[in-house]
Write a protein that binds this ligand. Structure first.
Ligand SMILES: Cc1cc2nc3c(=O)[nH]c(=O)nc-3n(C[C@H](O)[C@H](O)[C@H](O)COP(=O)(O)OP(=O)(O)OC[C@H]3O[C@@H](n4cnc5c(N)ncnc54)[C@H](O)[C@@H]3O)c2cc1C
Ligand SMILES: *[C@@H]1O[C@H](CO)[C@@H](O)[C@H](O)[C@H]1NC(C)=O
Ligand SMILES: *[C@@H]1O[C@H](CO)[C@@H](O)[C@H](O)[C@H]1NC(C)=O
Ligand SMILES: *[C@@H]1O[C@H](CO)[C@@H](O)[C@H](O)[C@H]1NC(C)=O
Ligand SMILES: *[C@@H]1O[C@H](CO)[C@@H](O)[C@H](O)[C@H]1NC(C)=O
Length: 436
């Protein structure tokens, strides 16, 4: 008998929409609740790595390739544009595509959100639904939105971003029974404020970089000012950009409620538009070519370095879809067992990502002689060390356990194979198990 599972997903961001896409394929019932009144084209760019096989399984490999550019390099430079160092993905003898089948892909966040939105049933996505409270009992979980509507289901997934309301409510419940770990009871600190956007219709004569096949990130690091600014060439004569203001010393927490609005985004742009643009001119020229600028606040713990947030969200959504597919009955025990498996699988990677992100944020924004020397060292990272990191990143290229598997590409075949779902008849083909 099919279990009667209904999943409530809070947030139509990248994680929420990827989970909805997978549940749609799995034939599992779901609803998505999003606080915005429509899908807003906000954000700059994310780089997707190690998820190429999943997109292939979903039939989206060609779409993603068309919307994105392969990630070719990261250049660090000073605010006078002198080059500090570069990191390349296409080194002879160590080529990321050759080894792992795909380069990371740089895609605009709005494009990715739109692509995922096309995969889900629009009747199941509800806009203008800001979730405010959550409750649960033996049989179900319910959420209440700011307009008073209530949605109930068997599983609640908080895909509502860094300042998750679902997580906040869960923490309050845990706190009430003293079950909340001490570190989690500390208020989240805002570490960085960023203005982000995608400049469009750039003239290739003036910005030849938009015609390059490979996307080469440029990160400019302020010497005396606590800023870094990033440029990410995208498809269709566009450049994603982000200006990051390091405000870790201000000790701002969510309790300070620093509200931000489109006006704040413009104010931040006004303050920074004189920054030199590595392609010539100033950042003001890039800002002026951007139809919609948004301002986002980042936790000191989670800097979106290399689109880590998006990759983590996609990988978590995938694992979650796999364990939900295997739930046998709509009972608390079965659901708990699924979440235990999810937790065991994800905790190591997630801790590692927070660590790395924290470290990278500090690495980029640290001042002084030693920090400069370390950044220069980016040129001298030996191949074997890069390979070690990349091998680790690719050691678990999970696939959807309920869809036909695709063959792992690249020389590196030391990836732990996904276990096919027990609910599918399986036959073993030459290149591994294949679900029917
Ligand atoms: C506007 C915006 C721009 C971004 N730009 C970039 C960028 O340029 N580069 C980058 O690397 N990362 C960016 N990020 C972060 C990046 O998208 C995430 O780190 C990553 O994709 C993880 O996604 P997520 O699904 O966990 O959350 P998000 O992609 O942040 O999505 C969360 C969703 O939940 C919704 N939501 C929040 N609270 C509630 C609530 N109470 N009820 C209902 N819905 C709610 C939000 O409106 C949002 O749509 C941006 C995020 C946002 C929201
Ligand atoms: C940029 O500044 C550095 C010192 O921080 C200096 O060594 C270098 O020559 C400068 N480059 C240019 C192009 O002005
Ligand atoms: C921020 O907090 C740290 C310790 O938590 C403290 O040392 C520092 O003085 C605080 N800074 C400000 C500006 O309040
Ligand atoms: C930004 O600068 C422009 C031009 O100087 C000015 O007209 C505008 O009012 C400023 N906006 C804000 C929000 O400060
Ligand atoms: C995170 O970083 C700390 C300090 O660098 C290290 O001790 C710890 O093992 C790391 N944790 C993970 C999960 O990588």
């Amino acid at each position: 008998m099919e279990p009667n599972i209904h999943v409530i997903i809070v947030g139509a961001g990248i994680g929420g929409l990827m989970l909805a896409t997978l549940l749609e394929k799995a034939g599992t019932s779901y609803q998505v609740l999003e606080k915005s009144d429509e899908l807003k084209p906000l954000g700059c760019a994310v780089t997707l790595s190690s998820v190429g096989h999943l997109f292939e399984q979903l039939g989206l490999r060609d779409d993603l390739n068309e919307l994105s550019k392969p990630f070719g390099a990261l250049h660090l430079c000073k605010d006078n544009m002198s080059l500090v160092g570069s990191f390349y993905t296409r080194k002879p003898g160590h080529d990321v595509e050759e080894n792992y089948g795909d380069y990371a892909r740089a895609v605009s966040r709005p494009d990715l959100v739109r692509l995922l939105m096309k995969q889900v049933n629009p009747n199941r996505v509800h806009f203008s639904k800001r979730v405010v409270t959550t409750t649960q009992d033996q049989d179900q979980v319910s959420v209440t939105c700011n307009d008073g509507t209530v949605y109930s289901g068997s599983i609640l997934v908080g895909a509502d971003g860094v300042y998750s309301k679902v997580r906040e409510n869960m923490y309050d419940e845990l706190q009430a029974t003293n079950a909340l770990p001490w570190v989690d009871s500390l208020p989240l600190r805002y570490g960085y404020e960023c203005a982000v956007g995608v400049a469009e219709n750039l003239d290739p004569e003036r910005y030849p970089v938009v015609e390059e096949r490979y996307c080469e990130f440029v990160a400019c690091l302020g010497k005396k000012i606590p800023y870094s600014w990033w440029l990410i060439p995208l498809t269709n004569n566009r450049v994603g950009w982000m200006i990051v203001h390091d405000i870790r010393d201000r000790n701002l927490t969510a309790a300070d409620k620093p509200e931000w609005s489109p006006v704040d985004a413009i104010k931040m742009c006004n303050r920074t538009r004189h920054f030199t643009c590595p392609y010539g001119g100033t950042m003001g020229d890039i800002i002026d070519a951007t139809p919609q600028v948004s301002k986002i606040m980042l936790e000191d713990k989670m800097v979106p370095f290399g689109g880590m947030g998006a990759n983590m969200a996609i990988q978590s959504a995938l694992k979650l879809a796999n364990v939900i597919y295997d739930i046998e009955a709509d009972s608390q025990e079965d659901i708990k067992r699924a979440f235990d498996e999810y937790f065991e699988d994800r905790k190591g990677d997630c801790k590692g990502a927070v660590n790395a992100s924290n470290y990278n944020g500090a690495f980029i924004h640290a001042k002084g002689f030693i920090a400069n020397a370390l950044r220069h060292a980016i040129n001298w990272v030996p191949n074997w060390l890069v390979k070690m990191g990349q091998d680790k990143l690719n050691s678990k290229r999970e696939q959807a356990s309920f869809l036909p598997f695709v063959k792992m590409r690249g020389k590196f075949q030391n990836t732990k194979p996904t276990v096919p779902s027990l609910r599918r008849p399986v036959h073993v083909a030459k290149n591994g198990p294949v679900c029917l």
